[in-house]
Structures are given as C-alpha cells and as structure tokens.
Design a protein around this ligand. Structure first.
Ligand code: UTP
Length: 449
C-alpha cells in the first residue's frame, strides 16, 4: 500500500491521525506502518465504533434465567458415556483445541503463558501437561488426535519455537497445528484508533471467542473435515489439572447429540468469578459473573444449596459442524476499559495512570445461545480445575501446584501405592493418566517406593 492510498483510506474512516507523524519516520518505520494500516479490517473498526457509540448493542436477553439440568454422571450412566467417548476417540473423530492467545497480564509472565513452569519437581511448563495428555490419549486409543493451538500474533513465534525445542512433546509434528487469532486496534472514547508509538498502532488479540473465525480463516476447519473430526474438545491454557478429551465428557456429548457441551463445577463461594450457565426462553446462555446480582448469587434451594450452583471454567466439547455454522455469524463485541500507552499530538509517548481506551473482545460462550442442543455435565473441581491466573494468592502457581500434588497423591493411594506423606510428587501424563494407569504400569513400584 502507498502513502496516498493509506491516507485516503484513513480519511474515509476518520483515522488520519495515524499518519500525523509521517514526516518524522524512517523508511523502514514508514513501510511497517503502511503494512499495519493495510492489515486493519476497517469493517471491524466500524463495528467497534458503533459499539462505543451505542449504535450496536448486545441484544438484552429476555426471560427469567433458570438453573439448567446438570448431569452428575455415576455408575452405569457414566460407564455408558465412557464407552461412547472411547469409541469416538478410537475412531479418530476427536480434536483437541487449546486457546493460548491471551496476554496473561495478571500472572505477569514474559512469554506465552503455556511456557510458564508449573511441574512441582521437573518445572515442566503448562504446555507440557496439555500436550503429554494428548499424546497419552493417542497412545491409549491407538489413534491420531490433532492438537490445534491458537496463539495471538504476539506469542505465535515464541509458542511454535517452544514446541519445536521440546520435540512437540512427542506428538507427531503433523498433528500439532498452530494458528493465529485476529488482532484488533484499541480506541479512545471518540472512536480514534490508539497509536502506542508514532510509527505503531496498538493491537491486541480479539478474545477467546476469536477462535471461531480464526479456525475458518486459517483453514483449520477444512483440516478437521479432512481428518474426519466430529467432536472438538476446547480448553484454556492455564489449568494443568484439566482432563483433556475426557472420554466420559466426549461420550456424554455424543450420546446427547449435543452441539455445545459444558463441564461445570460447584462454585467455591457464591461470588466466585465463573460464568453461570442458565436457561431462559428455551435457550441456554452464560451470564458473566460481573452481571450476576447478589440475589442470584445467594439464592438457595429448599435443601440449602446454591440455586445457581455450577460455574463454567470454559471446558467444552463442540460439534465441529456447529462451530463452522457459527463462523458465518458476527459475534457480539465486549468492551474492556484499559490503561494503554499512547502518543499525544506532539508525538510524545504517554503512559496513562487511569484507563484511557477500549479494547474489544469476543467471548466463546456467546455462541451458546445458538446451539440447538446443549449438554451440561458436573465435575469435581479438586480433580480437574485449578487455574494459574494470578502471581500470588488465589488461583496462583502455589495453589495450582498444591492441587496437582493432592490429585497425584489420591491417584497413587487409589492404585494401592504407599509413600511418605510429604514426598513431592509429579506424574508425567504419558506414564499415567489416572490411578488405573498407575496400577497397570507399576512404574512407581520399580522406583522402590
Ligand atoms: P483469560 O481470560 O484468563 O485471559 O484467558 P489471559 O489473557 O490469559 O490473562 P489475563 O486476563 O491477561 O491475566 C482465558 C483463556 O483464553 C485465552 C487465554 O490464553 C486463556 O487460555 N485467550 C484469551 C485467548 O486465546 N485469546 C484472547 O484474546 C484472550
């Protein structure tokens, strides 16, 4: 793109301030800035402006929210689901989809969050636990399980390098597919795109909901179709306890002919920051924790249990065809008011003390209300959920490592292995995914424990 073309495009979109410092720029800065301008989706920019000005609003949901039916699978029902899930896995119809494009700002780690070291003994990173579970399942079911990893523009290279350096954790390279989510500019209150340097437009990832359009634009849906994928297991990078493609969950999804299935866990406390699955007007929907009223958070059943008991930690199974259908729809845009470095009229870089601009994000669960069939399944959070969100305190590396060790201790005990109570423990998923694997492998007995 040439300067004149860029200027006319920007004028048409009232964004000509982007070229305000052109005369001061070097040839290479000019080239890079023109490339950035060319890459911007101005239709999306227009939508962002409409959201800011209130011209585009998320449709207010109608109807009284009620708690949905959540299956607590046990006994024969659980075995039936496991058999159906194992069949799906064995026949190569399952893909694993990890969204890892977030910025991890609360954790404050410099690099892709998946590279954060969490193994209590080996220091293995989050990615290792996820990838080794995919490998373990593909060995157990003698099948190939494609592992799709979404990154942002900012962490793509570092993520790919991380996997290369670690030999893809043993997964055949062709089965690890990296793809990039969209990036969007941020805007000030009056709809102007924020420059963070005189030659650079501030861009940020378009939210985990960006995964649907990215799967389409990067050819991943086509790849899934070619591989015969039907069920897509979706999860987030920060939870190393997650039971990746758990056969019971996959099977429950399949047996219910579900388009969108959710694993849900009992909230730790009424106000815990988990999305709340509700049903209203016959449709499923997720209410963000920030939108739950005190009354809703604290409502109790006759038995004294929380009425809205289960929260969603974003562990899902999607029907692939449903995701493809959703890709042709525009998802709602959510605003986040943030402190974003900017360039003032004089060309000086300013680091604001208070939020000064808006980022725009899409959320995966906004597709829930479009699903024709939904299945909700409860799980025990001690076994499967302990995210690394913050550097310290709740949901931090320390709490996550303690929860990982507690889980492995339970597995060892269940497998009949005795060990000193305070002994540090770490289990590679490829050695054992569960207590039964530990019993069958016997590897710990060989270690003389
Ligand atoms: P979070 O909401 O925890 O955000 O993401 P984050 O960016 O990782 O962390 P903070 O809020 O800056 O501290 C939940 C999941 O969604 C992914 C993240 O990588 C994580 O797995 N995600 C989030 C994306 O893939 N892209 C995004 O644009 C946002």
């Amino acid at each position: 793109m040439k300067y004149e073309e860029a200027l006319s495009l920007l004028k048409k979109n009232s964004q000509e301030h982007i070229l305000a410092h052109w005369k001061k720029l070097s040839a290479s800065s000019r080239k890079a800035l023109l490339e950035q301008i060319e890459a911007i989706d101005f239709k999306a920019v227009k939508r962002c402006q409409n959201v800011l000005s209130g011209k585009e609003t998320v449709n207010a949901k109608k109807g009284k929210p009620i708690a949905p039916k959540v299956a607590e699978l046990k006994g024969a029902a659980r075995n039936k689901a496991i058999a159906a899930g194992e069949d799906e896995l064995r026949n190569g119809r399952v893909a694993v989809l990890l969204v890892a494009g977030g910025q991890g700002s609360r954790l404050g780690f410099d690099g892709p969050k998946g590279a954060y070291s969490i193994g209590p003994i080996t220091g293995a990173p989050l990615f290792a636990f996820h990838a080794r579970k995919v490998l373990a399942l593909s060995i157990r079911y003698a099948t190939s399980i494609p592992f799709y990893v979404m990154t942002s523009e900012a962490n793509y290279e570092a993520t790919v390098e991380h996997f290369e350096e670690n030999d893809y954790y043993g997964i055949p390279q062709d089965d690890v597919i990296f793809f990039k989510q969209g990036m969007w500019p941020a805007m000030t209150n009056d709809g102007k795109i924020v420059m963070d340097q005189i030659d650079h437009i501030f861009m940020s990832p378009d939210g985990h909901g960006g995964v649907i359009s990215a799967l389409k634009s990067t050819g991943c849906f086509a790849d899934m179709r070619k591989r015969g994928i039907k069920s897509v297991f979706f999860f987030q990078v920060d939870n190393p306890l997650v039971e990746v493609a758990d056969p019971a969950f996959i099977g429950y999804h399949v047996l219910n002919n579900s388009e969108y299935s959710l694993k849900l866990c009992a909230k730790r406390e009424p106000t815990e920051g988990l999305g709340m699955v509700v049903k209203r007007d016959g449709h499923f929907d997720i209410i963000e924790y920030t939108e739950m009223t005190d009354e809703m958070n604290n409502r109790r059943t006759k038995n004294g249990e929380l009425y809205f008991k289960y929260g969603s930690p974003a562990i899902h199974v999607f029907d692939r065809a449903f995701l493809e259908r959703e890709a042709s729809k525009a998802m709602p845009l959510h605003l986040a008011h943030k402190k974003i470095q900017y360039v003032n009229e004089k060309g000086e870089v300013v680091k604001p003390d208070a939020p000064n601009a808006y980022k725009f994000e899409k959320f995966i669960f906004d597709s829930l209300s479009d699903a024709k069939s939904v299945a909700c399944m409860a799980f025990d959070r001690a076994e499967e959920f302990s995210p690394v969100k913050n550097a310290q305190g709740k949901d931090s590396p320390a709490t996550c490592q303690a929860d990982l060790q507690a889980k492995w201790r339970r597995q060892l005990k269940e497998a009949g292995i005795t060990f000193p109570e305070n002994m540090p423990i770490e289990i590679d998923p490829v050695y054992a995914l569960d207590a039964l694997d530990i019993k069958n492998t016997g590897i710990f007995l060989d270690c003389g424990i």
